[in-house]
Design a protein around this ligand. Sequence first.
Ligand SMILES: [Zn+2]
Length: 304
Amino acid sequence: MTILPNQTRPSPTVSKPLRTNPGPRTLLLALGLALLATMPTVSGIRPMGTIAKIPPSKAAESNKTLVASLKWTFGSKEQTGWKVYVPLMQRMLKTQADPETVEFVQAVSRWQNQQGIPPTGILDETTLMEMVKTWQGERPVKNPTEAMPDALVSIDRAALYDITREAQLCFVERETYMAYQDMVAAALKDPSLGLKKNSTGGLAADEPFLKIISAFRSQAYQDQLRRQSPDVGRAGLAKVSPHLTGQALDIYVGGEPVTTKDENRLLQIQTPVYRWLVQHAAEFGFYPYFYEPWHWEYRRKNSL
Ligand SMILES: [Zn+2]
């Protein structure tokens, strides 16, 4: 079984039979080659070909530890482990395997190789940051600007997580809303999700999953939210939120609706609805914000 691509495997030693009586040119050449082989590389990094192959079972052991303990930072906040992102990782790596398996190691290794990072199969900080970069790069809303009023429509009360939400906070960009409705209709057709329906086939009043918690937020409202919680870092409330565009939806996926505590996010990422979104949201134009399981952004069809 091969998990590492050719370039990281030590090149086989070529053992040509030596001539019994090598001429002086051959000896000089051999000496030169021997010197070259012992010289350190300029950067001090060992040249490719000398990286020891990590046995897949050892790499799996490392992943089993790192999934719960890797220290890294996001938005100036210290993070521990990467368990919260396993469903998104599995999609990215095209595997259903759990992090502690050799199959996962093989999938990580393949992905690392595609990204041009050493294919160790270990999901270390470098690999995680590369994944974060990819997820962030796939988000449709890049430089949020406030939606024009005529681009917005109001959300049906029945689609709201909190039906008592102030009317001025119940707007969404038109195309985003249509895509959301198509996505909900598809989810309702999937019996494995067990979503409760109302008499017209929509989400039942007492079905919280997939309801809209928040959509369009004006700059004035975002500023107000930030004033209410001034201590949040970059991973918390952004100064300029994608919600300004009306194309970002906070969708109920379980637990406390919008709390970033690991405990809460770990609960959310295990719900069938979240797992369904990870697999299917892109079919409807929605892409995740990896850090917040509830936050999805819509890519308009006419956008680049
Ligand atoms: Zn959001």
